[in-house]
Ligand binder design. Structure first.
Ligand SMILES: Nc1ncnc2c1ncn2[C@@H]1O[C@H](COP(=O)(O)OP(=O)(O)O)[C@@H](O)[C@H]1O
Ligand SMILES: [Mg+2]
Length: 297
């Protein structure tokens, strides 16, 4: 299905800007990268076949580059946590880039009422999807569509250069307490020697704990790590030294920078808690690295 919005709604939008990710005291996350394009969805293509939360592919205009680009859009109306989940997606994406992970380029995607109405006209027999679209008018989280991405097969062995990439993924998920990258649902894809990660709306799971651990760098009781897609594949792989260095150098200024790039409409209740969690992890970076390798021994 492809639904095109008839007129150029981009003309009605205030100037669309990409935000440079040149951080105070830090080099860019990735050469030439910018953070957080704000784009407008112009064409609906289809819902992803395999998403739990009904993400969909849209063509969008705006942002840093000219012309249209395709995005996989996590729709606010499809997420259990609603806009809160969008904030977690975006925070994890920025943080992942900071740690040198390959994350599809994020964007904040506007779905206007006119486009939603056109989509709804085509969805009259699918009331669940219609509800999702209806509740997603406004800003949503998008990640630029990656072509030629191979979904990670269940229990694939990890060899050669992929080992370091996989170790980073395991460490990152332990850092952000992400239970949603498991054998049966890896939420990652490979392209050459690179591993791309996505789907972080369930990350930062300490936010849902009534009594979060005061020592989150200790991983002994983190049950989800046993089911992590790389839990069995990474024996004797060294902890990446640059990850450790970046964790140690993760300043409050940096986490504030991430927080400032989350749209205020998505709510800010969780962000201070995430910043505090990361500050704690940063001040115990070496112990955290030991805990990670200990879990894989
Ligand atoms: N940027 C992207 N490029 C290509 N495919 C993607 C991208 N983001 C997600 N996908 C695909 O869409 C599926 C659903 O996205 P995901 O974020 O996992 O949603 P859900 O929370 O519904 O599981 C993924 O399993 C993956 O196959
Ligand atoms: Mg998923």
């Amino acid at each position: 299905m492809q639904i095109l919005i008839g007129r150029l709604s981009v003309l009605r939008l205030s100037p669309v800007s990409g935000v440079s990710c040149c951080l105070p005291g830090e080099s860019r996350f990735k050469a030439g990268a910018t953070l957080i394009d704000h784009v407008i969805a112009t064409t609906f293509h289809r819902f992803m076949g395999n998403g739990r939360t009904s993400p969909a592919i849209f063509s969008c205009v705006g942002g840093e580059s000219e012309g249209t680009k395709e995005y996989v859009v996590k729709l606010r109306g499809g997420l259990e946590l609603g806009a809160r989940g969008l904030a977690l997606e975006l925070y994890a994406s920025m943080l992942g880039s900071y740690f040198g992970m390959s994350c599809p380029r994020p964007a904040v995607v506007l779905i206007e009422e006119d486009l939603a109405t056109l989509i709804l006209g085509q969805l009259d027999r699918d009331s669940q999807k219609a509800r999702v679209i209806q509740r997603s008018i406004g800003w949503n989280f998008g990640s630029q569509f990656l072509v030629n991405l191979t979904a990670w097969p269940i229990d694939k062995s990890v060899t050669g250069p992929l080992q370091q990439a996989a170790m980073r993924v395991f460490a990152f998920d332990a850092l952000i307490q992400n239970p949603d990258r498991q054998f049966a649902n890896p939420n990652l894809g490979s392209r050459g020697d690179d591993l791309f990660i996505y789907d972080h709306e369930s990350a930062f799971s300490f936010l849902l704990d009534i009594l979060p651990s005061p020592t989150p760098w200790k991983l002994g009781t983190e049950g989800y790590l046993e089911r992590h897609v790389f839990a069995r594949a990474l024996k004797q792989v060294a902890f990446p030294s640059d990850f450790l260095k970046r964790l140690g150098n993760l300043t409050a200024e940096m986490t504030r920078f991430f927080t400032e790039h989350i749209p205020t409409e998505w709510g800010s209740g969780d962000l201070a808690k995430i910043d505090s969690h990361l500050a704690l992890m940063s001040s115990h970076a070496a112990e955290f690295a030991e805990e990670v390798t200990g879990r894989l021994a």
